[in-house]
Every structure is written in C-alpha cells, then in structure tokens.
Write a protein that binds this ligand. Structure first.
Ligand SMILES: [Zn+2]
Length: 279
C-alpha cells in the first residue's frame, strides 16, 4: 500500500500555514489570541489515536477491498476514467449524509457539538473534533470505502480534498462577493460554512457539505446567506460558554447533558429550505 501519511501531513501543514497567513492579511472578524490551543490539542490527540489504528483508515480499507475484489465498483469493473470520479463523488455524498446524521441523532450530536461549541471560527476550527467523533468518522469512511470498492487513488484524492476543504471552509477569511460566488460553484467557502455554525438552530441545519456544495443544493439544505445578514450571525452554541473551553473541558463535553437537537427535519430530503437568495 502507498504510505501517503507523510505527504498528506505535509500538504495539511502547508495549507494550514498558508491559511493562517491569509487570515492575518484578510480576516473576516478580529478574534482573540490564544484560542487555537484547545483546537490544536484535539487535532494532535486525533492524529495520534488514528496513527495507532491504521486499519481504520480509508486508505487501508481501499487497499484491502482491492486485494479481495470487494465493493460495488470492483464488481462493476468500470474503467478508471469513470470509477475514479464516481468514487470521489460518492464518498463526498457519504460524508454529507454523515454530517446530517451527526446533527439528527442525539447521541452523535453529543460528539459533534464539541465542534460547534467553538465560539468563533478560524482555520483551527476545521481540526476541532472530539476523538470519539474522529473514531466514528474513520470507521464510517472505511465502511463506505469497502462497500463502494473505491479505488485507492480516488480515496487518496478524496481524503486530501476533504482535509484541505475542512481547513478552508472554517477559515476566518473575508472573500469578495465575486470570489465567494465563483468558488461556491465548486467548493464550500468560509461564507457558506459560517452559516452552518450559527447559533440559530434552523441555520445549523443548513450547509452540511465539507468539500463540494452540490449535495446541499441537491437535497435542499443550501442557504446562501445568514437570515438576518452577516452582522446578526452569532457563532457557536447558545447554550455554550462565550470563552473558549480548555482541552480537558472539550473532552468531557459529550458527557454533559446539553439540550439535544429536536428530532427535527434534518435527514435527507426532509429539510425545509429558506429563501435561496444570492450568492
Ligand atoms: Zn455540523
């Protein structure tokens, strides 16, 4: 199997460094200093945990499925030019569905709300996931990879795109309206994903995509702009602390009985779509 861990780590660090520089140059909001450390602490824990469990990685799953000729795309024996983009798109759709499930089911929401409890957004928010969510997510991606029979090259490209896309979509970046509109045809932008981090419940149930914006548009969960405009958009959880929580507090958060999301309309095809204004 191709050992892609080092190139992936280098690409993520390069992207992180470039986005940190861009955030300093074109910040969307002024943010307090020192808020990075709990997020980076979680990222380090997750990296260490997943490094100890290589069999949970999607790349390992792709290699294993190819060796045993398992999964839909292996059975269909499609040519690479078709199998690679199909696998990439299917995995992106699967991650979109996973994100909706994280908001819908109270037990999963307990894990995912650690990500949403960040009272501000910057590139480090894209690394802020509870280790239990990181494990669930790794297991899910590995299972999807095997069921699809996704080729190794497609999985490698997807994992890289997802990691870099998560960093970009959480960045504290001010893009011009023109850049937002153009990028949103292909990518989830910071302006689009910021709405998902709103304290308003109905906005949290929008813009679930992490990499491509197409699934939100297709399944009716796309929202172009905050309901009351950017000035009224408050980030985080209304039940959460205003100050950034420490690492130990973040690790304990899933055990706290915060109000779970109402058993609402967050599953596929059941979303009420607000007015789809520009961009
Ligand atoms: Zn979410």
């Amino acid at each position: 199997m191709i050992d892609a861990a080092l190139p992936r780590l280098l690409a993520a660090l390069l992207c992180l460094g470039l986005l940190l520089l861009a955030e300093r140059r074109w910040p969307f909001r002024a943010l307090p200093r020192g808020r990075w450390w709990p997020n980076l602490g979680l990222a380090s824990l997750n990296a260490g945990l997943l490094a100890l469990l290589p069999a949970l990685s999607a790349l390992f799953a792709a290699h294993w499925a190819a060796r045993h000729r398992l999964g839909l795309l292996h059975w269909l024996a499609l040519p690479d030019w078709l199998a690679l983009p199909l696998a990439f798109l299917a995995m992106d759709a699967a991650v979109y569905a996973q994100h909706r499930a994280m908001h819908h089911w109270p037990l999963l929401w307990r894990l995912h709300r650690v990500h949403h409890a960040d009272p501000a957004l910057d590139v480090t928010s894209g690394l802020r996931f509870h280790p239990a969510e990181a494990l669930v997510s790794a297991l899910y991606k590995a299972a999807v990879t095997v069921l699809l029979g996704a080729p190794l090259a497609a999985v490698l490209a997807f994992v890289l795109a997802l990691n870099l896309g998560a960093l970009f979509s959480h960045a504290n970046l001010r893009l011009s309206g023109k850049a937002e509109r153009r990028l949103r045809r292909l990518l989830v932008t910071p302006g689009m994903h910021r709405i998902h981090h709103s304290q308003r419940r109905q906005e949290q149930d929008r813009n679930f995509g992490f990499f491509s914006p197409w699934w939100d548009r297709l399944f009716g969960s796309y929202q172009a702009a905050p309901l009351g405009g950017e000035a009224t958009l408050r980030i985080g959880l209304d039940s959460g602390p205003e100050r950034p929580a420490g690492l130990a507090e973040l690790l304990r958060q899933p055990l706290r009985p915060d109000p779970a999301p109402p058993a609402s309309d967050t599953m596929l095809g059941q979303c009420k779509t607000p007015p789809d204004s520009k961009p």
